[in-house]
Ligand binder design. Structure first.
Ligand code: ATP
Ligand code: MG
Length: 307
């Protein structure tokens, strides 16, 4: 299998005079759950459609499952399952009938795949309930079942948690993790809620007004949003020496001439303040905090999420 499932390089999409995607480059590694995060109108759906072949790029280049040409993309797309608009499922068929229809349509020989897939998405016990009687969460899961019935190497989902209630969100999250883990499927999933995404994604692209702002791994994002203790002291230079020499604290940042943030030994606040006091350092203020993911995201796009 390829190291990268998808690579976009300087992809631009223009509709009429509007540049809706502007030189976006992203790299989705095989095995990733890749989160495309951006507010309404950022360009998430457009990017997913470009990858799935529902629309064509204006310029730039891409690599999809190792293929780099248009004819190659057609080959690659047989290995992609997607759920971008609402699923095309038959309202008067039950779950099994709907999947059986897609199994035949896709020419899949293995008849067991229908039951296996129903079980995987947790719809094996809903008997003969027709699709139009399904809850939104069930509809979403059957849509995903349809997208994975051919056991794709890459699964593309556009805002799958939209409209789901808290239980539905948890179920969907667990389903995506299970598909990723048990079937080894690389998943690209979009959302405008970074908090939700942070529970599953291994890598992220932040999209704003058609451009890529940042591509980060889960670890890098955690690093940016980690917890800290902020100390306001009368002498930062001396404080730093005590951190290093007495307390073994190396992970800190001097913010200005009287404030320091510490990122390690956060449970030893008493010990830290005691050492400083013993060394005649005046502590003016101690605050604890963490930048939340949403704070970070809002700062990143330079404004209000709902603006
Ligand atoms: N077929 C189209 N013709 C013209 N403009 C389009 C078309 N499809 C999308 N756009 C424009 O492209 C921009 C990005 O749209 P897109 O649907 O990709 O955003 P999104 O991030 O998916 O937003 P949302 O969170 O609302 O789904 C928007 O300004 C939209 O109006
Ligand atoms: Mg969209």
């Amino acid at each position: 299998m390829e190291d990268y499932a998808v690579k976009l390089y300087q992809i631009t999409k223009i509709y009429g005079k509007q540049k809706v995607i502007d030189k976006v480059s992203i790299n989705v590694r095989t095995g990733d759950i890749y989160g495309l995060v951006g507010k309404n109108g950022a360009g998430k759906t457009t990017i997913l459609k470009l990858i799935s072949g529902l629309i064509y790029k204006t310029s730039g280049s891409m690599e999809i499952l190792g293929e780099v040409t248009e004819s190659g993309f057609n080959q690659a797309r047989r290995r992609i399952g997607s759920l971008i608009d609402s699923p095309h499922l038959y309202p008067y068929f039950d779950g099994r009938e709907n999947l059986e229809y897609y199994r035949i349509q896709k020419g899949l020989k293995d008849k067991n795949i229908v039951d296996e897939t129903l079980e995987l998405v947790g719809l094996n016990n809903v008997d003969k309930k027709k699709f139009n009687k399904y809850s939104l969460g069930m509809k979403q899961r059957l849509g995903i079942a349809q997208a994975i019935i051919g056991r794709p190497d890459l699964l593309i989902l556009d805002e799958p948690i939209n409209g789901l209630d808290p239980t539905g969100i948890v179920e969907l999250r667990e389903l995506l993790l299970k598909i990723n883990r048990e079937l080894g499927t690389t998943i690209i999933v979009s959302s405008h809620i970074l908090n939700e995404m942070s529970l599953i994604a291994s890598r992220y692209a932040f999209i704003h007004e058609g451009g890529l702002i940042e591509e980060v791994s889960k670890g890098e994002l955690e690093e940016k949003c980690r917890k800290y203790i902020r100390l306001k002291v009368d002498n930062t230079e001396k404080t730093v020496v005590i951190f290093e020499k007495e307390l073994g604290i190396q992970d800190y940042k001097v913010l200005n001439n009287d404030e320091i943030e510490i990122y390690q030994e956060l449970n030893n606040l008493n010990l830290i303040t005691k050492s400083l006091i013993d060394n005649d350092i005046e502590i003016k203020l101690v605050t604890e905090g963490a930048q939340t993911l949403e704070d970070y995201f809002i700062k990143l796009i330079g404004g209000d999420l709902d603006a």
